[in-house]
Design a protein around this ligand. Structure first.
Ligand code: SAH
Length: 511
């Protein structure tokens, strides 16, 4: 949708939170859904892009290998020029835009240009990362003030331009941002201006994500403690007595799948349930959709069937998409579910059954196992000789079901209700993470997710893909993955997404 003709452009400054996608605010998400253009930074979780419209223009303005890909002045100009085209421009920034985020400068430029703007605060890393590290920033007995301090300097070298004497004299909690590389300087300055070497300190790197890592110690010991690991940005440094509460309050790092990045290859709202559950388990979902469903090239087989529904005795759905596209088409040809009266409805899998029930239609048979073979077995218990079945499904699908039913004497009309295609999902970020070995699990929920995933990633990445654990929803999908040379280690007993996630949890419990 292009809204640009009939509305005034505006700039919306949105805080994206510190990393965990769930820490984006509801307002932030709504603006992303409405945006025509999105400019986003290095520290923004790129997965948020999935909330945007397909037509939205997405521009990365963050750093590439430590060098700004766009100067601040250029960013300001871009915000102004895109808004002048009448567009809703979202400026998405890590954490909260008004805490060391240059949000103020950008809005000043927008204001000077006379452009309307909105500001949506975000969860700053100061509070977000502290919460996920289990460190309360204030506490009645331990700290009544909080100072948020820059650990960086403008000129990239030497001292940080702050009043060390006054800061070292403060009694409450001190939080340094942008201080990863300057940790030795920060602790040395604080101690030389009189802060006790026994003051507790925690450094949290990549907080609220699977890469969260914490070092704790005292001002006197932390440099040595963290020396062997090389702390890299982004890292938050928390100094004060409150750090001692961490062992009691820490929780995120104890979740069953903490530290694991799990690739989700399903699409749209089917992916959402999986992503939610992964987050609950403490994993970081990596959204990489490999399937897009669109209308089939030719509606005529389905239209014919819909116009002659009375000739059928049974209707079989094998996927949620099949149900959705079927109902949409029913509406398109000016019919409704009343025409389905008298048809017995069969489904494979509980999700498909739910999708049917959501329409107010009873499901007559859901087989015990969620594969075609099991449905054939269930249907086989009925006398289907000479009965006519309609099977609305993907253009390309396994032939087992229609073939077997035909063998049993049924007449089966296969009608394409949708087609799956390969989306143009960008591969770069996934490729980098696979090669770095920081992808732990790749999940496949159908044979086509396997095939499309490999088609998108290509031969070159196969060795890196093999370093991750492969989790498949059921034996058919697992066989496809194995045939493609992957080593499948996780397959649940029940072929559902919740069972797949349970199986992943069990796998990591015992490995
Ligand atoms: N506006 C942002 C801060 C931008 S400055 C906010 O409100 O959080 C960037 C600094 O933020 C980093 O150098 C680091 O100190 C901190 N930071 C941001 N995300 C972080 C994360 N996930 N873990 C630890 N520190 C983070």
């Amino acid at each position: 949708m292009n809204n640009s003709e009939n509305k005034q452009g505006k700039v919306v400054l949105v805080g994206a939170g510190p990393g965990d996608i769930g820490l984006l605010t509801l307002n932030g998400k709504q603006w992303l859904q409405k945006a025509d253009v999105i400019l986003y930074d290095h520290l923004v979780n790129p997965d948020m892009i999935r909330f945007t419209q397909k037509s939205a223009e997405i521009i990365y303005v963050g750093k590439k290998e430590g060098i700004a890909s766009m100067e601040q002045e250029q960013i300001n100009q871009l915000l102004v020029s895109k808004a002048r085209e009448g567009k809703t421009v979202i400026r998405l920034k890590g954490g909260d835009p008004f805490i060391f985020g240059r949000g103020g400068e950008e809005i000043q430029a927008v204001r000077t240009a006379g452009i309307a703007f909105v500001i949506v605060p975000g969860v700053t890393s100061v509070t977000g990362v502290a919460a996920y590290a289990g460190i309360p920033l204030t506490h009645r007995n331990l700290s009544s003030t909080l100072s948020i301090i820059t650990g960086s300097n403008e000129k990239k070298q030497g001292d940080i331009h702050i009043d060390w004497e006054k800061i070292a004299a403060r009694s409450g909690t001190l939080v340094f941002l942008m201080g990863a590389r300057k940790l030795p300087l920060i602790v040395e300055k604080l101690m030389s201006f009189g802060k006790s070497p026994d003051t507790p300190i925690a450094v949290v790197q990549w907080g609220t994500t699977a890469r969260q890592k914490t070092w704790t110690g005292t001002l006197g010991t932390i440099v040595e403690i963290s020396a062997k690991d090389k702390i890299l940005p982004p890292a938050l440094t928390i100094i004060g007595e409150v750090v001692n509460l961490k062992p009691v309050i820490e929780w995120y790092e104890h979740l069953p799948l903490f530290g694991k990045t799990v690739v989700v290859t399903r699409k749209g709202d089917q992916a959402e349930a999986m992503i939610d559950r992964l987050q609950e388990l403490g994993a970081e979902p990596f959204f990489f959709p490999v399937i897009e469903t669109i209308a089939p090239d030719d509606w005529s087989p389905l239209d014919n069937a819909l116009n002659n529904l009375s000739q059928y005795q049974g209707l079989i759905f094998t996927s949620v998409n099949g149900v959705r596209f079927f109902v949409e088409r029913l509406k398109a040809v000016d019919q409704d579910i009343r025409e389905l009266k008298g048809l017995r409805v069969f489904t494979i899998g509980p999700k498909t059954a739910d999708a049917v029930r959501d329409l107010g239609i009873r499901v007559d048979v859901v087989p015990e196992n969620f594969v075609a073979e099991s449905l054939i077995e269930s249907i086989g218990k009925e006398n289907i000789e000479g009965k006519r079945f309609l099977l609305p499904r993907a253009t390309v699908a396994r032939e087992t079901l229609p073939e077997q039913l035909q063998k049993m004497g049924a007449i089966v009309d296969v009608a394409p209700a949708y087609k799956t295609i390969l989306p143009d999902t960008p591969v770069e970020t996934l490729a980098k993470r696979l090669e770095a070995g920081s992808i732990d699990v790749i999940t496949f929920t159908s044979s086509s997710t396997v095939k499309n995933f490999l088609a998108l990633t290509g031969e070159k990445l196969l060795p890196a893909i093999k370093k991750a654990k492969i989790a498949c929803i059921g034996p058919v999908t697992a066989k496809t993955a194995q045939d493609a040379g992957l080593n499948v280690e996780i397959v649940p007993e029940q072929y559902t997404v919740p069972a797949l996630l349970d199986a992943i949890e069990i796998y990591f419990n015992s490995h």
